[in-house]
Design a protein around this ligand. Structure first.
Ligand SMILES: *Cc1c(COP(=O)(O)O)cnc(C)c1O
Length: 396
């Protein structure tokens, strides 16, 4: 077997067919919803393959697959070290379709609490049979599993506090209980950690963030052994949330520079965290690369870097944090992260706007919290901008 090539070689060439239509260098966008058969025999051969293996060597209809999408899936599987990958219209679509495919009535799900708001909403309001445990509390996790627990779901790093899951430890708890460990690795990307290598059963990403990398396209992916993906592919065909060919192309294009971009984000994230740490206007910085972070040791052992999102609490309350956000000149106020443009949000006022102060407190969403997502601007400019914004907040 050929030795596995370096990350960026895989990012550029991995998963792509060696020969592409019209001798094209890049994977063409197959902008079609329908694929046709020459005769009944070839159509029956396709049906037979799907019936036997759940997948086929050609396409039939856009909801079941598209060649541009398959190239992007193969590249993601190569980068993540997984057997197969399935792309969806969004990260949420990947998460909801995966959980719907893996869980049936009566099955139990355990998830960690610091996580993407809509993931929590889905589990709470749509699935109903689940348990939530605090991120980082492995005793609580072990106690929460029941004989009917089928899936343990955790984000790592998590949103917005960037808690890092000790993946081998969570794998042991899941497998002891006969459950699967599903990790949302959106904040890490395969550049920084490959959960499957550490024993996780499935990985999901919102490809909207670092993987696509340009703040211009939605997508989601689940990666892992075909044994599980076959069921999820079937669910995708029924639920209908497949990625579009054009979105798959933008993802393929973004992935080629993933290694370069992540090396940059790891550096700028660490620099911003170090700048904020100990700043007189800042009460607390949440970044796994800082020694004071509760999961620093796990993160150091498990990850190559910690990417470009830094959460921090400013001195004062809700208004003080808003003043800092409004004084920033480079990042725009907006959700998401992982593109060229820096973005900033105050979670209490944006993702959790509809909750009361008490409800937010119960979820651990603090009023003075800011989530800063560095882009690809010059790090010196971002830090100078943070410096002036914090100085103005202190002065007012
Ligand atoms: C953005 C995000 C999602 C949702 O993905 P969409 O592509 O926006 O649907 C899920 N999990 C995490 C950790 C995210 O950051």
């Amino acid at each position: 077997m050929q030795p596995e090539r370096g990350f960026s070689t895989q990012a550029v060439h991995g998963g792509e067919p060696e020969r592409k239509p019209w001798s094209s260098l890049t994977v063409p966008i197959a902008q079609t919803a329908v694929y046709t058969f020459d005769d009944t025999a070839s159509m029956l051969q396709y049906q037979e393959e799907v019936h036997r293996e759940g997948r086929a060597s050609r396409e039939e209809y856009g909801r079941y697959g598209n060649p541009t999408q398959h190239a992007a899936e193969a590249k993601l599987a190569a980068l993540e070290g997984g057997e197969s990958a399935l792309l969806f219209a969004s990260g949420m679509c990947a998460i909801t379709s995966t959980l719907l495919a893996l869980l049936s009535t009566g099955d139990h799900l355990v998830m960690t609490d610091d996580c993407y708001r809509r993931t929590r909403t889905f589990c709470l309001e749509f699935l109903q049979r689940f348990g939530v445990v605090p991120a980082g509390d492995y005793e609580a996790l072990a106690q929460a599993v029941r004989p009917t627990t089928r899936v343990i779901f955790a984000e790592s790093p998590s949103n917005p506090y960037l808690r890092v899951l000790d993946i081998p430890r969570a794998v042991a708890i899941a497998h002891d209980a006969g459950a699967l460990l599903l990790v949302d690795s959106t904040f890490a990307t395969p550049y920084n950690v490959r959960p499957l290598d550490l024993g996780a059963d499935l990985v999901v990403h919102s490809t909207t963030k670092y993987l696509s990398g340009h703040n211009d396209v939605l997508g989601g992916v689940v990666i892992g052994p075909w044994q599980y993906l076959q069921k999820i592919k079937d669910a995708r065909g029924t639920l209908g949330g497949v990625i579009s060919p054009h979105a798959a192309y933008l993802l393929l294009r973004g992935l080629k520079t993933l290694g370069l971009r992540m090396a940059h984000y790891n550096e700028v994230g660490a620099r911003i965290a170090a700048f904020l740490h100990g700043h007189p206007a800042v009460e607390r910085v949440h970044y796994p690369g800082l020694p004071g972070h509760p999961d620093h040791a796990v993160a150091r052992a498990q990850m190559r870097g910690f990417a470009g999102v830094v959460s921090f609490e400013v001195r004062g309350g809700l208004e003080a944090a808003s003043r800092v956000v409004d004084a920033l000149r480079i990042p725009r106020i907006g959700p998401s992260f992982g593109g060229p443009e820096s973005l900033v949000i105050q979670p209490a006022l944006q993702s959790y706007y509809d909750l009361s102060a008490e409800e937010r407190a119960a979820l651990g969403i603090r009023d003075n919290l800011i989530r800063y997502a560095a882009g690809l601007e010059d790090p010196d400019d971002l830090i100078a901008d943070l410096d002036q914004a914090l100085a103005r907040a202190i002065a007012s």
